[in-house]
Design a protein around this ligand. Sequence first.
Ligand SMILES: Cc1cc2nc3c(=O)[nH]c(=O)nc-3n(C[C@H](O)[C@H](O)[C@H](O)COP(=O)(O)OP(=O)(O)OC[C@H]3O[C@@H](n4cnc5c(N)ncnc54)[C@H](O)[C@@H]3O)c2cc1C
Length: 389
Amino acid sequence: MDAATFEDVVGAVRRLIRDEVIPREQEIEDTDRIPDAVRKHAAAMGLFGYALPEEYGGLGLTMPEDVHLAFEFGYTTAAFRSLFGTNNGIAGQVIAKFGTPEQKERFLPGLCAGESIASFALTEIDAGSDPSGLRTTGRREGDGWVIDGQKRFITNAPLADLFVVFARTDPKATGGRGISAFVVDASAPGVTVGPKDRKMGQSGAWTAEVAFDGVHVADDRLVGGEPGTGYAKAMIVLARGRVHIAAICVGQAQRILDESVAYAAEAKQGGRAIGDYQLVQAMLAESQAELMAGRSMCVDAAARYQSGEGIAVGPSAAKLFCAEMVGRVADRGVQVHGGLGYMREIAVERFYRDVRLFRIYEGTSEIQKLVIGRSLVAEAKKRAAARNA
Ligand SMILES: Cc1cc2nc3c(=O)[nH]c(=O)nc-3n(C[C@H](O)[C@H](O)[C@H](O)COP(=O)(O)OP(=O)(O)OC[C@H]3O[C@@H](n4cnc5c(N)ncnc54)[C@H](O)[C@@H]3O)c2cc1C
């Protein structure tokens, strides 16, 4: 997208968030749903397909553009981006990057228009941080497949029209081998979505368990038409998602800091604004410095991801730092607000709960460390082998 048009998109998103979402944050928290008017407006602006290809009706934003938009999305309740996050991210990207031309033609226009919602169904009991241990199976039957298994914590499952489901199709293969990705209709016989999970935060963003009980799918639902390559597909889209989530954390940190600075400038103790006290200033300063570091990391990781130079270390390092950073910023935000920061209906209290999730999903902080460490050592071994050859 050219720079001028992209700036228009950013401006429109900023206005939507400031004018329509932020004023309704408490309503979203209390009702646990994004208002229909906000969903409609987001769909009309193309946000359900902002990262999907233009030829299917998406805005086709690049990774660096995605990051800039995510800084804006992060400025309000994370439930807002979650509504269209799976279409643009983990679920939609599997189809956009790896689907056959027919699969893209069939599924992407509806996702881009916001007429359908796709969920990414990978995680299972005992297969979260290490999803290669998944037990869902895809069994060949006639000219199609039968899927059996149970997924949990699936974002947007209660709203989903489609599930991108990962299942083991080669029972003899172990680890990441022999896993395939399928696009399954939520309405297919044998698909059951459980009740909405009751979560710590991010009210308005829904997750649930999904059971696949003898679900028949035709061969044309196998993503890319090639069995056994699903795990690699999942890992590639998760890496992309990590850069996006890191940028959402930056947006959230900016909002928490802005709330905290405004409060510190106005609230008084001892006849002076609490922001006049240097220990309060120190909390704000630490958050500002960390926030700027996180923002730069996201921009750098996005550029390297886009060029193909960094698809492992960069995304994981950005996600690790920014998810941990926003936790510290939220903690200081509560502290700056004193007792008020512990009260419901104060924004920083809500953000404090909401941001806790970022250290867990799309790879926990521990898993990001493993990815970074493993990649660095693997690269060093390669260099050593080349030197010694
Ligand atoms: C709100 C929410 C939304 C989600 N949305 C989706 C979704 O849309 N689709 C989807 O497929 N999944 C989704 N998830 C699942 C999420 O990705 C997993 O919860 C996450 O990857 C962690 O897996 P787990 O819950 O099984 O925890 P575990 O993997 O059991 O982790 C427990 C602890 O053990 C640590 N640990 C595990 N393995 C190692 C290791 N090898 N080395 C060091 N430490 C380790 C972890 O870091 C963590 O501290 C969502 C989760 C939540 C809470």
